[in-house]
Ligand binder design. Structure first.
Ligand code: BGP
Length: 489
């Protein structure tokens, strides 16, 4: 007898998008250039070619600033959500979404981040978008910083390294909290705040070749510390401006298994997982774990952290913990001798028990159940899965249908894992599968790495009709939501 899952009656079923990967209109209606507008199309990144921090150089940025090409720079066209958001929100409403995760581009509100007054066209755009969602009975879940900081701040303020950026970000937050009060109650601060070492340019605006190699680690830790302070201050002002609103942190949960029962592998996996958790620890417990402070001392990393900042961290912790989940990884003391797999802009040892996607990401539904149980035990706060999904090629058949059974199988197994975690007593607020409408891949700027329930007719070079088509998974997910997770077949 197939197990029937009982999801909470107010479970927030939905989907997730990010402005820089879907809106397009990169220079319209007063928007300033963001770090995302410098990302170029690159075919999938193979583990052997992996360059660590996403490898962008000052020359790349110079070229981007001098180019108005929207095809080489895939995030400049996105899936044209900026002009099609009413249709897309209608499709989400048709699926029965309770929530839709989007982000607000800082550069639509303050083009360079330093302007005295906000850009009214930007404010009006998001106000209409949120109103459209509410018309469809959809709650907006809004990310304030999803790899979208003003390029000007990266160039003139060393990204998040300079503390002035905290105040500029808080000005942006206060503006949008005030304008969207009554429209938005669920907020996230920094998307995958733990990814600052994996790709420092898109997360904190740091371009490696601008700084001495031996100072980079300290610069990145200082930058993410400034983001922790900004996250706590944003939480403080959210509670003042929109009483009852909820603030979440957002982590890439990359569950890492030891390769075997060798205690050395167990210890290695413990440290890799603890390094991942550190970012949510600070935003949930309001203080740094001692192992990080010890690491800084041992490695002579000097972080400017005032007593006032420590108070702010302590007093304004998050209401819930959100995270993205795509895969699991494996740690081995013999990694050098093992076959490699890709990860989300990382690389790891292959797990012989797991299949991988075409982009070499390991598929592990059980790992989601494990992550939910472990994180709930650790944080004792409601959890929200704000990204999950499988990026793969989809084919439009001659009759126009798109049979993405593999995606249905992926989501069915991961939704069952959530149901099993809820049975274990885990409090899960909701589930917003990533890229619910096909959009531009963050790591490769490809459209062909498709995540959506809705297909968008545009290719990796940005050419196509941009028309939307419902995939088979659209109808399947519609039924899942209509039965609150009971009908998963
Ligand atoms: C996460 C980002 C998302 C999304 C996702 C999929 O890191 O938060 O923006 O891009 O990864 O990754 P990709 O688009 O590279 O396939």
């Amino acid at each position: 007898m197939e197990k029937k899952y009982i999801f909470p009656k107010d479970f927030l079923w939905g989907g997730a998008l990010a402005a820089n990967q879907c809106e397009g209109a990169w220079d319209e209606d007063g928007k300033g250039m963001s770090v995302a507008d410098c990302s170029t199309y690159k075919p999938k990144v193979d583990p052997k070619d992996y360059k660590g921090q996403h490898g962008i150089t000052s020359e790349d940025i110079e070229n981007a600033m001098n180019s108005d090409d929207i095809y080489l720079y895939g995030k400049r066209h996105g899936n044209d959500f900026y002009h099609r958001y009413k249709e897309d929100i209608g499709l989400c409403g048709e699926m029965g979404f309770k929530v839709l995760r989007v982000s607000i581009q800082w550069t639509r509100i303050y083009p360079n981040g330093i302007e005295e007054n906000p850009n009214e066209a930007g404010l009006a755009f998001y106000e209409d978008m949120f109103a459209e969602m509410r018309k469809q009975g959809i709650e907006p879940l809004v990310t304030l910083h999803h790899y979208e900081m003003p390029l000007f701040l990266s160039n003139e303020f060393d990204g998040w390294y300079k503390k002035e950026v905290i105040d500029l970000f808080i000005k942006f937050c206060k503006t949008v909290f005030t304008r969207y009060k009554g429209l938005v109650k669920y907020w996230l601060t920094f998307n995958e705040i733990d990814s600052v070492f994996r790709h420092p340019f898109t997360t904190i605006g740091i371009v490696n070749d601008r700084y001495p190699e031996d100072k980079l680690e300290e610069i990145i830790y200082q930058s993410v510390h400034n983001q922790f302070v900004a996250s706590s201050l944003a939480t403080k002002y959210l509670r003042e401006i929109i009483p009852g609103a909820q603030m979440g942190c957002m982590l890439t949960r990359t569950l890492t298994y030891p390769e075997n029962c060798n205690p050395k592998n167990m210890m290695l996996a413990l440290k890799v997982n603890r390094e991942n958790f550190f970012y949510a620890d600070v935003q949930t417990f309001g203080e740094y774990p001692q192992h990080i402070l010890n690491y800084w001392k041992k490695n002579n990393i000097q972080i400017e952290m005032s007593e006032e900042e420590k108070e702010i961290l302590k007093n304004y912790t998050v209401d819930f913990v959100s995270f993205s989940y795509y895969m699991t990884m494996v740690a081995s003391i013999d990694a050098g001798k093992r076959e490699k797999v890709s990860g989300n802009l990382t690389a790891g040892v292959k797990n012989p028990y797991l299949d991988t996607t075409e982009w070499n990401w390991q598929i592990d539904p059980m790992g989601l159940q494990y992550s939910l149980i472990e994180m709930y035990d650790r944080y004792r706060k409601p959890l929200f899965i704000v990204e999950n999904g499988i990026g793969n090629r989809d084919t439009v058949e001659t009759d126009g249908s798109i049979i993405d059974d593999y995606r249905i199988d992926y989501f069915r197994d991961h939704i069952k894992a959530i149901g099993d975690a809820i049975d274990e007593g885990v409090e899960v607020m909701g589930y917003t599968p990533w890229g619910c409408i096909d959009l531009v891949s963050m790591s490769t700027c490809q459209m062909s790495k498709r995540y959506g329930f809705v297909y968008v007719d545009v290719d990796d070079e940005g050419h196509g009709s941009y028309e939307r088509r419902k995939k088979k998974s659209f109808h399947w997910y519609q039924q899942v939501i209509a039965t609150n997770g009971v009908d998963l077949d």
